[in-house]
Design a protein. Sequence first.
Length: 357
Amino acid sequence: MTVVRVKGVKRYRVRGHWFAYHRKTGTRIIAEFGTGAFFAELAALERKLTTANALPGSLGLLFSAYRASPRFVDLAPATRHGYSRMMNLVQPINDMSLVELTPQFIAGLRDRVAARHGRRQANYVMAVISVACEFGKEHGIISSNPVKGVRRVGRNREAPKANRPWTENERRIVLTEAPYQLRVAIALAMFTGLRKGDVLSLSKSAIRAGQIWRKTSKTGQEISIPIHPDLAGLLEQAPSHSALTITATTHGTPWTVSGFNSTFIKAIAKLKRQRRIGAGLTFHGLRHTVGTLLIEAGVDLDTVRRWLGQKTLAMAIHYSETADTSKQMRSAMNKLDPLGSKARTKVSNKAKKVSNK
């Protein structure tokens, strides 16, 4: 009987059955020894081993250099987390040579990610690769940015808008039905419009003299928001805990973003299955809710911008697009007088009053 040996593979027999393991990783090879599937598994394990460290001139090297740079370290924690997720998503192509990173390849990558993960994810991947390439250009790692000129995936006009505002009924139901450890975070976002990262990291010391003081993590804007009476009541009813943050888990420890996301998504999915709430309810939608409600209340765009910690009016204008401005429109209509009819009526009414006297 001929014994076949394969380099890097350990074989042994137990109770009449042969097993094969990859020596360096200790991973069992499932496919039958000697078959095409067996060698395909072996090749995949070897590739994984050889690309553990970024190859010279590869996309992995570029990402590694960018992640170690002050430019990446100085980003807001939530932004760093998001960028890292996108870099991890494309990890299978880390060993690709930067020479092969062409606009045509980026376009193909965009389409594959969009088909599997959706439009927003595809555009986010492109943005992160572009940022890393701009860093690489400055440091001589890559000669040009192949993402430039490649179009982002357009939004389907018929698709519902992401992060839509919550209805009043949805706000009441979620605050009442959500697990108690989520309610404080939801209430803070609902009454302040703070982003998730800012809500979860908000310390107890941030509440002073009836205000919430915060430097936003994304824009670095200093904001102070008055505490709404309803929010004050919800905070007073919340269980006490020893964490330095206002929000906490059932164990009284600060939330991690991933832990909060998991618990929140499950709670929202349960309410949706019960048809208590509509589709498309997201935590970030509470920020849109606050912006929309402020505009509907007649608050000017610059105040909305300052409230939400935005550097420009762009997002405040975005919120105004979904706001119900019918009251403001009726008020404006009362002032509109293209033919001078209202002005003549006023003059006529004044004349009548004078004649009656």
